[in-house]
Every structure is written in C-alpha cells, then in structure tokens.
Design a protein around this ligand. Sequence first.
Ligand SMILES: [Zn+2]
Ligand SMILES: [Zn+2]
Length: 275
Amino acid sequence: MKTGGTSGDEAERAWLHPQPPSRIGQWLQQLLPPACHHCRALIPANAYAEGGAPFLCPECLERLPWLAPAFSCQRCGNLTAEPKRRGCPQCLGSNWSLHQTIADLRYEGIVREWVLRCKFGRQDWLGPLLGRLMALAQQQRPPLPSNAVLIPVPLHPNRVRKRGFNQALLLAQHLLSNLPEPKLEMRPEWLRRIRDTPPQTELSLEERLRNPENAFAAAPEVQGRTVIVVDDVMTTGSTLNASARTLQAQGVPEVIAWVLCRRVHEPEVQDFGSH
Ligand SMILES: [Zn+2]
Ligand SMILES: [Zn+2]
C-alpha cells in the first residue's frame, strides 16, 4: 500500500485505521449475481443487501463449526459438559481477567482457513464475510449492553506496517456495520499496542502466556465504560486477558471478549463447584 502525498500523520492514521470498503464498491458487488462464497451455489438476490446476511448458502452456513452458547463457559468460551457454566476448569484458578467471552465458531477447518487467508493472504472479501458471521451469531443471543464500546485488539504500528492492516479492526468494522440499530460505539484509538511483542505463533505455550503482558496502553476516556474487545481468534486467551488487565487498570469495570473463533478444549467432566 502506497501512501502517496499524504502527510506523515495522515499516513500513520491510515495504517492504523484503514477505511471500510467504499459505497461504490459495495454497490458494484450488489450488481453481481449473488453466489455462495464457498460452494458457488446461487443464493437469494437480497443476500448482499440485508445486514447480517452472510454471503453463504444455507447448507454451507449450517455446516460451519458453530459453538453453542449454552455449552460454552461464559467466562472463557471453552466447552463445558453442563449448560450455563460461569467459570470452568480451564479458566478457574488461571490468570483469567475477562468477565465474559463470546466465541462464535471453533477455530478449525474452513473457518481457520478463512482467518489465515484474511490475515496473510490479503483477500478483501473475507472481511465482510467474517464480520457478517459474527453479526449473524449475535442475532441468537441476548442484546449487548447498550453503553458498551467496541475496541478491536490493536496491533503494534510496526506490525500494521508489515501486514498492511489490522485484521481485528477490519473484522470489527464489518461486524459493527451489520449489527442492528442503535449501533454500538467503536473506539479503536482507546487501546494501543505499545510494545512490539513477537507473534504468538512463533512462541512456546509458556512464552505465549507471558508475551502480551504490559504490551497495551488504554486512554483515560475509557474509564467507567463496559468494553467489548474484538479479535479474530482466541487460542490461549493471553492477549485478550492482557488487554483486559490494562483496561481494568484504567478504570473499566467489565471487559468482554468477542472473537470470531476460538480454539476449544473438550470439556472435563470433573465438577469444580461441588465442594
Ligand atoms: Zn454454499
Ligand atoms: Zn471457563
């Protein structure tokens, strides 16, 4: 991406916060015969126009590895054997600071492929598709707190320069534009990455858990707000928990993580609540 004649400041902002697709781009897309982005089957003509419609045919949509909210731990998003658990063996007793985790899909199969292609393959159509999947999953859940503010997990500016964009911001923009009115507020600038930590994928499990600590800084304006931090993938949860601790230190009473997909562990049947 070239920044041409823009001033240093403007260029920096463009790197950090790329704009969503233009109206003309969206309009051109609507002129094409709508087909499922996965299997190419034709889908109803209004599929692109309706907010939350996912660009997939009903069969492909149903085959996605959706997570059932009732059998996901509300605190960490992992699978649980019993319904409606708030805390499970995966998050109790660990350094878990998030109040709630909303995870829409398992991080596997085609979903994992889409996330990797979106992140490293620069395939622009995936941003709208993945954002719409998150908005669609939300239709099945209770409404989000109306005073909440959405904050995509930031990348360090060095990483944004290398990759060209922040996939969490891209996802959050498309998610937001597909959520019903009244829209939540989004404030990417309220959380910054101040330490250029190595990518989590290059580290051992132990290093991953420590790596994102003290990597973030939060703006004072965030104080007193409920924050929903948005990211594409949660694996160990260490990045999202580190961002939660930074926000809590800045006076945020409740931090919710909302991720497109999560690497989940099969539930342990052991019951932690019985003694
Ligand atoms: Zn299909
Ligand atoms: Zn849990």
